[in-house]
Design a binder for this molecule. Structure first.
Ligand code: SAH
Ligand code: SF4
Length: 361
């Protein structure tokens, strides 16, 4: 790849605030500039949302040029934006090397949730997921994750959607398989852009070391676990990763997460007709959720081109809901948003909604 032979300048969007501050301080010091210049640039990045160094108009032209020579602001290009009748807006972004990634803005009541991607494609190969079928392209950088937020924030402001209140890592990719970029992106969104940790949810299919790492972070980031089956054998058929980290190990990691500061997790359960909706699975799901004090979202399967599977019937979904609720589990049924703009995307709209009202914050 050309980027390897000819590395791009450092992307300032990819640096956590402490590192950014130190980097800019060093830069301006060598240029014999006052220390407040670093704070000016940081304000342009985090608050005033400059897209280029040239827009940083309170810096002298020579300093803007020097910044542009040394660094870049790794913004994404907009390929297309589709807006659903229900207001859900999907961005298709193009990275500098031509990868296409998606993020979705979902307005509900008093919230605006951004669902963002952590990888171009996904290597996990879950059988019910369009991203899984289309394979893995590459990890996104922290800057590319943050740039989805920046571009969406800008678009939302221009279109009168208001500020983004919640973020879910539920777009393309498995965030905990890209921890080298996802951890700094969490820090940047939280410390730099001021998005509260409790308003940021990481969704995982069950990467155990990643769950343990997240549990160790002092911030209260939320976790959503894509469960889809309370029994190992069936889960293995749906999620190849189940073989690597089977349910007993996963449950241990989830307990550690729960014990690390009273954070409530969510289980996502995509309901596929005749696949994972047998009535005898409902009490098993209920017991598991109860023991971990998890909130459960039941999501009708969203059909994908590679499978003939259909969503569970409304009666079956209602049966699950009742069994869970009767056993003291907090549960909700989620309808997909933005169906009319969905086209090929496997999961974005349906599951991003889950976190919005799901776990009670
Ligand atoms: N890789 C992470 C996050 C992205 S997937 C994860 O799997 O959790 C986001 C959510 O969409 C997951 O809960 C996933 O199981 C769900 N999903 C994938 N394909 C789906 C489909 N066809 N219908 C409904 N939900 C789907
Ligand atoms: Fe990857 Fe999540 Fe899709 Fe599985 S469900 S293939 S982990 S994006």
């Amino acid at each position: 790849m050309s980027t390897r032979a000819d590395p791009l300048p450092t992307d300032l969007l990819a640096l956590v605030p402490d590192v950014l501050q130190a980097e800019l301080a060093r830069h301006f010091e060598t240029r014999r500039q006052k220390a407040f210049r670093a704070r000016q640039v940081m304000r342009w990045i985090f608050e005033t949302d400059a897209r280029t160094f040239d827009e940083m108009t309170d810096l002298p032209a020579g300093e803007r040029a020097a910044l542009a020579a040394a660094y870049r602001l790794g913004e994404l290009d907009v390929d297309t934006v589709s807006v659903s009748q229900d207001g859900t807006a999907k961005h298709l972004w193009k990275t500098h090397d031509g990868e296409l990634i998606e993020s979705v803005l979902i307005p509900t009541h008093d919230r605006l949730t951004l669902c963002l991607s952590s990888q171009a494609g996904c290597a996990m190969g879950c059988t019910f997921c369009a991203t899984g079928w289309s394979g893995f392209r590459r990890h996104l950088t922290a800057g590319e994750i943050v740039a989805q937020y920046r571009g969406s924030r800008r678009w939302a402001a221009e279109q009168g959607y208001g500020p983004i209140t919640n973020i879910v890592y539920m777009g393309m990719g498995e965030p905990l398989a890209n921890r080298a970029a996802v951890h700094p992106s969490l820090t940047i969104l939280n410390q730099g852009y001021g998005v509260g940790a409790r308003r940021i949810t990481v969704s995982t299919v069950g990467v155990v070391p990643g769950i343990l790492e997240l549990a160790e972070r002092p911030e209260q980031f939320k976790l959503a676990l894509s469960l889809h089956s309370p029994v190992e054998a069936l889960r293995q058929e749906l999620i190849p990763l189940e073989k690597r980290w089977p349910l007993p190990q996963l449950i241990e990691a989830l307990s550690a997460f729960r014990d690390a500061g009273g954070r409530r997790m969510t289980f996502e359960y995509t309901m596929i007709g005749g696949v994972n909706d047998a009535p005898e699975l409902a009490p098993k799901l209920a017991d598991l959720a109860y023991s971990l004090h998890a909130f459960v979202n039941l999501i009708p399967f969203n059909p994908i081109p590679w499978q003939s599977w259909r969503p569970s019937s409304p009666e079956r979904i209602e049966h699950f809901r009742t069994v869970l609720s009767d056993r003291g589990v907090d549960v909700a049924v989620r309808e997909p948003r933005g169906r009319d703009i969905d086209a090929a995307c496997g999961q974005l709209r349906a599951n991003a909604l889950v976190q919005i009202e799901g776990s009670g914050s």
